[in-house]
Write a protein that binds this ligand. Structure first.
Ligand SMILES: Cc1cc2nc3c(=O)[nH]c(=O)nc-3n(C[C@H](O)[C@H](O)[C@H](O)COP(=O)(O)OP(=O)(O)OC[C@H]3O[C@@H](n4cnc5c(N)ncnc54)[C@H](O)[C@@H]3O)c2cc1C
Length: 288
């Protein structure tokens, strides 16, 4: 690994000042992506600003919604009983990442900022309507997560800017969400397709609100708005599920690579979309 400078700020203001003074610096959270990229991929990095001792990005906030710092670990999220109950797709996604050792290091912010199309926290947070708070020495801005990803490994973050916090609105009553993925190996592998769904049911069990998001089948994780149009006001039948699966597969823009062909990925989108929607409806009814 090439030599690099390691800066260890003690609070957010210090971290932001360091990022402003050294625009080439990269934040270091759990290091489970970044250190591997530096060590094995030869990624050139001159300065790291560690978030390990920055309390503002390591804690949960209480502002009426679910809000937590970007450097909260995926293990903390997966084990949180309130998240398991009210935001189950997020508990699913964080619980699938790596091994227990990885989950104890890896952070949600790191997963989002690394911007892999297969990131397991992205589809759940997209269907849950998450927003991200980006901070720099100049101030803060709030960006809907759907506008955060620009391409593989690319986000709207500017030099000197940090992902500070993730905000997820409280789901309405009779809501449920679900995330699942397909990997060639059962564990320690990344998704060849990931699908998240969130659903809110009306009193008569028709669908009041629905969102579907796909991972690993486009340059960024994506929402599929066509599914919302198709399902709003409907009851989920087998025929409708088939149709929705086809619509989702059409929205996917997968590539052929070593891990799966584009055709297999489309087939998986169709199957996993149906399972994710069924799962979300079952959870919405249970939470009623
Ligand atoms: C063995 C193994 C298995 C894995 N399995 C999975 C898996 O199943 N699913 C999955 O999605 N991922 C997986 N990963 C990838 C990785 O663990 C996750 O992406 C993790 O969440 C990254 O978080 P981190 O805190 O380690 O990020 P880091 O490695 O510290 O940072 C990643 C990138 O984000 C930037 N960054 C970090 N925090 C911030 C911030 N607050 N603001 C701005 N930029 C920031 C860094 O500068 C860097 O570019 C795996 C990795 C390994 C090594």
């Amino acid at each position: 690994m090439k030599r690099f400078e390691y800066l260890a700020p003690q609070n957010l203001a210090e971290a932001l000042q360091m990022m402003a003074d050294r625009p080439e610096a990269l934040p270091l959270a759990g290091g489970t992506d970044l250190l591997v990229q530096m060590k094995e991929g030869g990624r050139p990095v001159e300065v790291l600003v560690s978030l390990k001792r920055v309390p503002e990005v390591r804690q949960f906030a209480s502002n009426g919604n679910l809000a937590f710092g970007a450097a909260v670990t995926v293990g903390q999220i997966a084990a949180n009983p309130q998240i398991q109950q009210d935001y189950p797709a997020l508990a699913n996604g964080t619980g699938l990442i790596g091994s227990m050792q990885i989950r104890n290091m890896a952070t949600v912010g790191g997963n989002l900022c690394n911007a892999a199309p297969s990131a397991d926290t992205a589809p759940p947070l997209l269907v849950l309507g998450a927003q991200v708070v980006l901070a720099s020495a100049q101030g803060e801005r709030i960006v809907p997560l759907v506008k955060f990803f620009v391409g593989p490994g690319q986000t709207v973050l500017q030099p000197g800017e940090l992902l500070k916090e993730i905000i997820v609105p409280n789901p309405p009553a009779r809501s449920g969400s679900f995330y699942l993925r397909q990997t060639p190996r059962a564990w320690m592998d990344i998704a060849v397709v990931g699908v998240a769904a969130s659903i809110t049911l009306a009193a008569d069990n028709t669908i009041r609100e629905v969102r579907l998001a796909l991972g690993a089948v486009a340059p960024t994780p994506i929402l599929v708005p066509a599914v919302e149009t198709l399902l709003q006001g409907q009851t989920l039948t087998d025929d409708l599920l088939q149709e929705v699966g086809t619509v989702a597969a059409q929205a996917a823009k997968p590539i052929d690579d070593l891990r799966a062909s584009a055709e297999y990925r489309r087939h998986l989108v169709k199957a996993l979309t149906q399972r994710a929607l069924r799962g979300a409806v079952a959870r919405a009814k249970k939470g009623a």
